[in-house]
Every structure is written in structure tokens, then in C-alpha cells.
Ligand binder design. Structure first.
Ligand code: CA
Length: 219
């Protein structure tokens, strides 16, 4: 099973692909409406992320034609437009959800999960990293039976680290995956959130690899 992204902006495609693959999904891509529609018809495609501004066939038309053939495949529309009438016309055309550009990867992932859950294709709902257990449905973390409450961003950051237990993730990768592809790269938000997480889950959990980035220690 795969998630299809139909988008002509390569930067957004690779941002979404990296994030979804590190969350355990298989990703296929199409760069225009014609290819997008053809691939979206394949039964292996379990969810479609569809940009509206596409060469070939516009996204709105892809959605209408797709709905005529596959009425139930979940479709999340990416749009730069922000007017009420656009929302209404897309809902009528059969989109299940929207994401306004620019968006962060954690927002997208939450919507993907919600859609796959309602379409009955839920995956494993927990990730374990040593004695840390992340509950992806409840968005809580427990350490030795004790449940900790994290903010949405803290959870997203910990999830990315927990999904890549042996990798050192750079500040830029974390910014990309947790805050969004156009977030101000000069800010120290990653350092701030790592600090907050350390206070909650224990100071020795997240290792700083000097000059490279961060890594989760599975204790
Ligand atoms: Ca586009």
C-alpha cells in the first residue's frame, strides 16, 4: 500500500516524502494532473495528497474524475487558497481534508493518520524506544507506567527521534520534519524544544552529537 502525492513543487514533494517514509509509509509521486490521476486509480494507493495548482489537469478536475472512479479513497487537498468558497467547492468535489500551504509535517501526518484510521487501515498505534512508549493515537508518552503529557510539538519532535533510533538527526532535518519546510532556519526553536523534552522525559535520553545534531538514547 502506498500514499500518493501529486504536486509539481519538488521541494514540497521531497519534504513530504522524507517525512512520510520516516513515519513508515511507502510514498509514490506524480508531478502533474495527468500522471496523478492515472496513479491515483491504482488500487495500491490508499490515500492521495493532492495539490490544486498542477500542470496538465488542475487538481480540482483530478479530484472530480478520481471521485467518479474511486469514491472512497481518502484525499487530502493542499491549497494556497484561503477563501470560504474554495473550501466549499472542494468539499463538494469530494476532498476529505485540507491543508493550507505552508504546512508543517506534523500537521500533515496527523491528517494522514486520521484519514487512514477512518478508512479502516490503521497501523500500529505505538512506538517503543527502550522503556519509552509513544501512543500515537492518544499522543501521550509513558515511561515505566507513568504517563507524561507533552505539547503537540514536543510529541512530534520525540516521535521523529523515536522513529529514527540509530540516526543522528540534524537541526535542519528536525526543523523540516517537525516545524515545516519554510520555517525560519535561524531560530533556536529546536534547542528550546529539546530542552523542554529533556526536562520531561529525563536529561540523558536525548544525546547532543556536537556539530551534527540529536539522537534518542533507548534506555
Ligand atoms: Ca503546485
Amino acid at each position: 500500500m502506498a500514499i500518493l502525492i501529486v504536486e509539481d513543487e519538488q521541494g514540497i514533494v521531497s519534504f513530504v516524502r522524507r517525512g512520510l517514509e520516516s513515519a513508515g509509509y511507502t510514498v509514490v509521486e506524480a508531478a502533474d494532473g495527468i500522471d496523478g490521476l492515472a496513479v491515483a486509480m491504482l488500487p495500491d494507493v490508499e490515500l492521495v495528497i493532492l495539490d490544486l495548482g498542477l500542470p496538465g489537469i488542475p487538481g480540482e478536475e483530478v479530484l472530480r474524475r478520481l471521485r467518479a472512479q474511486r469514491p472512497t479513497v481518502p484525499v487530502i487537498v493542499l491549497t494556497a487558497k484561503d477563501s470560504v468558497s474554495d473550501r466549499v467547492s472542494n468539499l463538494e468535489a469530494g476532498a476529505d481534508d485540507y491543508l493550507m500551504k505552508p504546512f508543517s509535517f506534523s500537521e500533515l501526518l496527523a491528517r494522514v493518520r486520521a484519514r487512514l484510521r477512518t478508512s479502516g487501515q490503521a497501523r500500529s498505534d505505538t512506538i517503543a524506544a527502550g522503556n519509552l512508549v509513544l501512543d500515537l493515537g492518544a499522543r501521550t508518552v509513558s515511561v515505566e507506567e507513568q504517563t507524561l503529557s507533552l505539547s503537540a510539538r514536543e510529541f512530534a519532535l520525540l516521535e521523529v527521534l523515536a522513529r529514527n533510533p540509530k540516526r543522528v538527526l540534524s537541526r535542519e532535518q528536525l526543523l523540516d520534519m517537525v516545524w515545516g519546510y519554510d520555517f525560519d532556519g535561524s531560530s533556536n526553536v529546536v534547542e528550546v524544544y529539546v530542552g523542554q523534552l529533556r526536562r520531561k522525559i529525563g536529561t540523558n535520553r536525548i544525546e547532543t552529537v556536537r556539530g551534527v545534531g540529536y539522537k534518542l538514547q533507548p534506555l
